[in-house]
Design a protein around this ligand. Structure first.
Ligand code: ADP
Length: 494
């Protein structure tokens, strides 16, 4: 990583953001803005429009018009592909600038942000662009005398409401397949991570995406997001965020036009280490990364560590050593292992979980405190809480911070019972050399993805989606198109 470039980019002033509605940069209808405070040092970075319901509705109307007149869905697939590929190229060409902007906004360590944000987004957009002309309809196996054709058509206007932990990666998981399918989009970034999404939306216009096809409205979730969820012009909401908001979106759909709502709501993912794990050192290292990278602000974070009792103490020792060796601090220092917590509110919530565990008599094996407060930024030590009971809040609820809950187990059945004993079902991992056990566990664990002898890193070719209260529908892979393509039957008498 070119540190001179990093230094230059980090000190550049950041221009005030604007909504992007119908291809134009716009202020909020009432002219008000929202301060964007950098979690790196607590200073004011810039402002973005404090969006209104009118702004959300104007964007939805622009997206509706752009969809209905076919300026995008009516293009030849190859023409749409060319524009999306150009967009991906532009994102990649500006990756460092976009990554630094995003880090100044949300605090993710640059090493991870560069790969997981602009480069991952470019890869995702390319993946779906390349798929555009490889999706076929069907001819149904009907009796002679009839012809049943199954067409795949874009669903219409998509409202995409995304979080702040990986705005570009998760944003692209929605934008890539939605736009490739021919839909138009209104994107609502999270309050604390708008800037990099606004930047790539500008690049989309530069790549030739027709105006009105991708609109971005910044502002508060309870105002802009809520308006999109109720908008008659929106056909589908795709969302990644909290369960509380997910429930509101479902209610808004029920109250308005019954728009489809796809939710990715996080998890309390069990990372299960058996005594016969192939490499205990590797398992400890990857398990630490699986919870502490991006300060634990990862939907699939392995936030519950289940360790077979015979190796429990030795494993926790290794894990604590890895946690202690992790450099926490300035996310724009390439040697940093974990950057800033996204906001003061999130930091306080993390500390609250630890305090509660401490009061309940659990062992804080390492960490547990805010650090580097003098920088003005929001930093927290990687934290391991041992001796946790399955019913503890820290073992049941998503912290969304660098806080790992460790629980011992004795048998495979007990591991399954603990693993499946939360309301969530997003991700999991199993570490074992026993092939039969690995397959048994994959089948028995209730989760959208079960890693074996690794954690994270699943590429674009496989789906990600939750079961239970972790959500519905899938991002990534060709299955993501299911949310953006409708089936239409033509039943023809011959
Ligand atoms: P988190 O706790 O991760 O911030 P949220 O669900 O609050 O999760 O936020 C995820 C996204 O949902 C953000 O873009 C946020 O602005 C948006 N959001 C928050 N509240 C609402 C709401 N009532 N309606 C629609 N969107 C919302």
């Amino acid at each position: 990583m070119n540190t001179a470039e990093l230094t230059r980019l980090r000190s550049q002033p950041v221009k005030a953001g604007s909504h992007i509605i119908d291809g134009e940069l716009r202020a909020a209808s009432h002219g008000k803005v929202m301060d964007i405070v950098s979690p790196i040092d607590g200073t004011l970075l810039t402002t973005v429009p404090r969006g209104t319901a009118d702004d959300a509705n104007a964007a939805a109307a622009a997206a509706r018009k752009a969809f209905d007149d076919g300026r995008w869905s009516g293009l030849a697939p190859a023409a749409r592909k060319k524009i999306l590929l150009k967009w991906a190229d532009l994102i990649e060409a500006n990756a460092m600038e976009i990554a630094v902007l995003g880090v100044r906004d949300n605090g993710t360590e640059i090493g991870m942000a560069l790969k997981a944000e602009p480069l991952s987004a470019a890869g995702t957009i390319r993946y779906y662009a390349e798929a555009i002309d490889k999706i076929y309809g069907e001819i149904a196996p009907t009796a002679p005398g009839n012809l049943g054709l199954v067409h795949k058509e874009p669903v219409g206007v998509v409202g995409a409401i995304v979080p702040w932990n990986f705005p570009l990666m998760i944003g692209a998981w929605k934008l890539g397949p939605a736009l490739a399918a021919g839909c138009t989009v209104v994107l609502k970034p999270a309050e604390t991570a708008s800037l990099s999404l606004l930047r790539i939306a500008e690049l989309a216009l530069e790549a030739g995406l027709p105006k009105g096809v991708l609109n971005v409205v910044t502002g508060e979730g309870a105002i802009v997001g809520a308006a999109l969820a109720e908008a008659a012009d929106v056909d589908v909401i795709v969302f990644t965020g909290s369960g509380t908001t997910g429930r509101r979106l479902l209610q808004a759909s029920a109250k308005s036009n019954l728009k489809r709502v796809y939710l990715e709501l996080g998890g309390k993912s069990p990372n299960i280490v058996f005594a016969d794990a192939p490499d205990i050192d590797e398992a400890a290292k990857v398990s630490a990364q699986g919870i502490f990278r991006n300060s634990g602000q990862v939907c699939i974070a392995g936030s519950r560590l289940l360790v077979e009792r015979s190796i429990h103490d030795a494993f926790v020792e290794k894990l604590v050593a890895t946690a202690k060796s992790m450099k926490v601090g300035d996310p724009l220092d390439p040697s940093t292992g974990a950057g800033a917590v996204n906001s003061l509110g999130q930091l306080e919530q993390n500390l609250q979980f630890v305090e509660e565990a401490r009061l309940a008599g659990r062992t804080i094996a390492t960490g547990g405190k805010r650090i580097l407060a003098e920088s003005g930024g929001y930093y927290m030590e990687p934290t391991v809480v041992a001796g946790v009971e399955p019913s503890d809040r820290v073992a049941q609820e998503e912290v969304f911070g660098p806080v790992l809950a460790v629980l011992p187990f004795d048998t495979e059945d007990e591991a399954i019972e603990i693993a499946n004993g939360t309301n969530f079902g997003l991700a999991a991992a199993v570490w074992t050399q026993n092939l039969s056990r690995a397959h048994r566990m994959v089948k028995r664990i209730k989760a959208g993805v079960v890693h074996v002898n690794t954690y994270g890193g699943a590429d674009s070719t496989v789906p990600l989606g939750g079961v239970k209260q972790s959500g519905n529908g899938h991002d990534k892979s060709l299955h993501a198109f299911d949310k953006y393509l409708d089936l239409k039957t033509a039943w023809i008498k011959l």
